[in-house]
Design a protein around this ligand. Sequence first.
Ligand code: PBG
Length: 329
Amino acid sequence: MNFPAIRMRRMRRDAFSRALMREHTLQPSDLIMVAFVIEGEGKREPVPSMPGVERVSIDSLLAMAGECVRLGIPALALFPSPDASAKSEDAAEAWSPQGLMQRATRALKAKHPELGLIGDVALDPYTTHGQDGLIDEHGYVMNEPTVNALIKMSLAQAEAGMDFVAPSDMMDGRIGAIREALENAGYIHTRILAYSAKYASSFYGPFRDAVGSSANLGKGNKHTYQMDVANSNEALREVELDIAEGADAVMVKPGLPYLDVLRRVKDAFGMPTFVYQVSGEYAMLKAAAQNGWLNERAVVLETLTAFKRAGADAILTYYAIDAARWLRE
Ligand code: PBG
């Protein structure tokens, strides 16, 4: 009689043996919630291209932070969505001690000191042109002047109590420069999460709506500093440099279309490796779910598990609170 020598289905037959052979388990402690902060009090503004995501004022942010703590989500990644009046050519509001991020950080640390805070370090929410850095007369983002601005921004965040500064700008040499400035100022515990392999992706569209940079950016793009979608050897070089310059953790962004990059980075360096499920990924999943085309809970948990399988240690996602609730049910 003919029979398969090895039956893979034997171990899959029952829930108990599937559980025993499971290689990765998603937990709330793998997740980082993403939040957009706005001025005002008692404010919650929906982001039209991200149904279910709101931009919140600092008081509402405290409630969101409390929910993270309750659910076992270890950290919150903060992105400012400043008023138009706070934007300028030189982005100076980014490092003002009274700037939105600094006030949000102090309020969060006072109320929920155990919740880790990750601060975005890039100029785009604060520039009138929507680029991540300072531009010359041709509109080119200038490397060193931008790095100097990012240093000031990082110091202001560290001073306010930020646990992680997370440069998302892709300037050359910024990790080393920020590390040196933090050390010299005595912020030896402030961690750096480097957006090392950050691609010039079209999946950031809804985020740019949320922080109010898309209209200012207009037809502009970020191809002179963010990475070409077609490359992955280049990603390894970026990660290697950021590690050498003193990054504590590295990140791949976007997420799902870049699982190959995530796996390569994790295998090559074994660093704490984070991944960012970006706004466009959220929007796709949400739109399909709202149309009844996909089972939201199932596909979201599947994508998050896929990140872990591909090597991620932590996942930044707009779904963190929803996913943590689903995991606890
Ligand atoms: C800006 C920044 C972006 C994101 C995080 N930081 C947008 C961009 O680079 O244009 C995108 C996040 C998302 O799409 O969810 N420095």
